[in-house]
Ligand binder design. Sequence first.
Ligand SMILES: Cc1cc2nc3c(=O)[nH]c(=O)nc-3n(C[C@H](O)[C@H](O)[C@H](O)COP(=O)(O)OP(=O)(O)OC[C@H]3O[C@@H](n4cnc5c(N)ncnc54)[C@H](O)[C@@H]3O)c2cc1C
Length: 396
Amino acid sequence: MSGPTNNYDVAIIGGGIMGCSVAYYLKTLAPALAVCVIEPDPTYEFCSTLRASGGARRLFSCPENIAMSNYSIEFIQQFPRAMVADGREAPVDWVEGGYLFIVPPAGMAMLEAGYEAQRAQGCEVHLLTPAQLKERFPSMYVEDLAGGVHSPRDGWCDPNGLLQGFRRKAISLGVVFVQDRVTALALRAGPLAQSVSAARLASGADIRAGSFVNAAGAWSGTVAALAGMPLPVSPLRRFEHYFTAGQPVERLPYVKDTARLAFRSEGTGFSGGLVDGAEPRGFNFEVDHDYFERVVWPAVAHRFPPFEAARCHRTWSGLYEQCELDGNPIIGNWKGRLENFHVIAGFSGHGMMHAPAAGRGLAELIVHGAYQSIDLTRLGYARVERNEPYREAGIL
Ligand SMILES: Cc1cc2nc3c(=O)[nH]c(=O)nc-3n(C[C@H](O)[C@H](O)[C@H](O)COP(=O)(O)OP(=O)(O)OC[C@H]3O[C@@H](n4cnc5c(N)ncnc54)[C@H](O)[C@@H]3O)c2cc1C
C-alpha cells in the first residue's frame, strides 16, 4: 500500500453506535491513546442504529446478555448528564415503559428459565399467569397464552440521541473521525500470527494502527473478509412500522412474542414489527408496503383485538447484523491468527441496548488485555472457530 499515512494506536472501522461506544470507552480507560473512527457517512443514512426501535431490555437467557443490559440500561438513564460535551447535555428520551414477553404453552419452560436467570442478576421481573396478564393489560387476548414476564424497569430511548451523544463525547475526548470507507486491509506476517498493519481507504489514504476494530455492523462480514477472517454475520432486512390502533388501547410496554412480533407504545400510536428470520440475506433496503397488512396486522389484532381497525402510517426498513451461528454477538479477536483485529458485531437485533456494555468490554480487552467488568469470553470468536453455537434462548 502507498499514499498519505496516518498513525493511530487504535483505528475503528464503522462509526455507528458500536464504533462510537468503543471509541468513548478507549479514551475513558486510556486517555493518551490515539484513536480514530473511520466512517464514510456522517449522515448515517443506512446505518442500523438510526433505524432501530430503541428498545432496551433485561429479558435474556444468557447471563452475559442480562449483565450487559443491567449495565447499559443504567448507563442510558445517566447518559444525558454523564455525556455532557462542550457544556451540552446529551438527551436520549429514555422512557421506562417496561418490556413484556408472552408465550404459548410450548414456550413456558424457556420463559421460566429466563425469569430465574434474570432474577439471579437482580432484575425486577414479574412472572404472570394469563389472568394476571389480563388484569395488567385489559386489551390483551390471553386464551392461547401460558404466561408472560413483565420487566417494568426496561424501556426505550432515542437511538440517534445515543449515537450522537457518544460521538460528540468521543470527539471532545480527542477521538478523530475520518470520513472515508475502508476498502482493503494490509496484513503483516508475524512469528506466531498475522496482524493488520494498515487500512486502505476509498480516498487512497492509508491508516496505520496498532489495533483495528471491526464495528461495521451489517457490513462487518465484508470488512472481516478483507482480512481473511470468516465472520458469520450477514445483513437481514427488517421492517419497522408506526401505526395507530383505531380504538382506545391502554399504554403498552414493549410486547414481544415467540413469533417475533415486537411493538410498543410511541406517542399516541405504536411502533414495531415482526421479524422474518427467513428473509433472504443482503443489503436490501426496499420497503414492502404490504408487509404490515399481510403479516403484522393479523398478529397484532389477534393479540390485541382493538387493533382490528389499526392503520399503518409509515414503514421503514433497516438491517440487522445477524449472527448466523447463534444470534449472539461476536466480541474480540481471532486468537493465534489475527490478534490485533477485534470484532464487535452480530448483535442480531439488540445492538443499540448492548452498545455501552459491549463497547466498554472491548475497550477493556484492548487496553488491559482482559475483561475487567463483565466477562464476555463466551461471546468471543473461539466459538465461531469451533463452530459451537452459544444460543440466546430469550426471544430475539
Ligand atoms: C428496524 C430495526 C429495529 C431495531 N431495534 C432495536 C432495538 O429496539 N433495540 C436494540 O438494541 N437494537 C435494535 N436494532 C439493532 C441495532 O440497530 C443494531 O444492533 C445496532 O445499531 C448495530 O450498531 P453498529 O454500530 O454495529 O452498526 P451500524 O449502526 O450499522 O453502524 C455501522 C457503520 O459502519 C459503517 N461502515 C460500513 N462499511 C464500512 C467500511 N468499509 N468502512 C468504514 N465504515 C463502514 C457504516 O457506514 C455504518 O455507519 C434494530 C435494528 C433494526 C434494523
